[in-house]
Design a protein around this ligand. Sequence first.
Ligand code: TYD
Ligand code: MG
Length: 455
Amino acid sequence: MAKEKTIFNCSECGGSSPKWLGRCPHCNAWNTLVEGSVDSSPSSRNRFAALAMTAEVSTLAQIQATDVERTPTGQEELDRVLGGGIVPGAVVLIGGDPGIGKSTLLLQTLDALQGRGLNTLYVTGEESGAQIALRARRLGVGESQMGVLAEIQLEKILATIEQRQPAIAVIDSIQTIYSEQLSSAPGSVAQVRECAAHLTRVAKASGTTMVLVGHVTKEGALAGPRVLEHMVDTVLYFEGDTHSSFRLVRANKNRFGAINEIGVFAMTDKGLKGVSNPSAIFLSQHKEPVPGSCVMVTLEGTRPLLVEVQALVDSGGPSPRRLSVGLERDRLAMLLAVLHRHAGVACMDQDVFVNAVGGVRISEPASDLAVMLAISSSLRARPLPRGFIAFGELGLAGEVRPAPRGQERLKEAAKLGFDVAVVPKANAPRKPIEGMTVHAVERVEEALELVRSLS
Ligand code: TYD
Ligand code: MG
């Protein structure tokens, strides 16, 4: 019988220490050591035992490359982010704010898969079976044959999975599960890592697709150890404002598909419904143009999306604030520096707030020009012209750089009735776009000058 001994592992570098220390002795990171266990039986202590047996190596040419088989989930928007459907043995981690719709989406998905004859299992550690049943009834899937297990102990969950052999199992959520092997509380770094590692191993061995629901921190990152994201095959994030009905699901990592696709859903009284034509959902409805608002066209996967960027510049106190929601704050600081240095627009003594409407997160640098124009519009208290859009990346030298697939962006905006655009020179259309005047710019100061002449 193997004897378990406690050691402490660093969640940053993976180094270990026999006792708990405030600082990792290997990488010097603070507060990263977490409890783990080692098998201290004599055989495992003999480091050379493994060498007695050699494993077989095949050449790359000998290995048959087979395409992974995918089962569509029946939710078109989810399939889009997954790269076509669920893959046997794959582990998917899905994160998002509380109440955003993770459980709802997974319940609907399992029901659809069960309806196609797959054996499914929903493990809930957060809600009771009765609560799940109530929600299922509301979603109109109350008569489903899917398996439901209200359990938080890992060993029991693993035994159930082994016995039922489901094609797909959902663990809602990984933070509520605990293993008997560790003494720390559920949700601790050690527990989350250990449970996820066990579940991943079972998924690979049995071919069950494992979907882990993960909590997120206040900053929006997945709570728990960083290794969690490395361990799994696919990481999906739910985005969106819980006050609005639209939700985005974005893949941050996908070993079985592209990562730039997004799925768009609307939360209705009957659960989440896919939105197949989402381009105009992130615009707020102003009757008249208002200062500080600029619409940009971002390209998410294969679909262009129009997003309104809002800025508010207001006189600040001794240490002015820079706050951004849905956009990177460091990027905002950089844009303000470019604006000052190259266009002479100073916001040093001003608070600057920037927000992407609808809870969407924009990571594309092509948003720079729209953010900058929104800031200058707020500062001047002059609205941008009606039907105005802009996109383009700003360089530190004050140049406006092209965005990929500019034509598509312009066409989508024209389709939605936008008729004035400011774009990087290289994105200027060769053939005129019907109903749209396109101004091409090369420099920041040129863009500002142009907008001043338009509004
Ligand atoms: P839920 O799936 O429980 O979120 P998570 O698991 O991410 O925490 O989402 C619940 C929210 O969705 C809750 O605020 C109510 C709302 N909702 C609807 O609007 N319609 C529905 O049909 C359902 C089931 C939930
Ligand atoms: Mg939930």
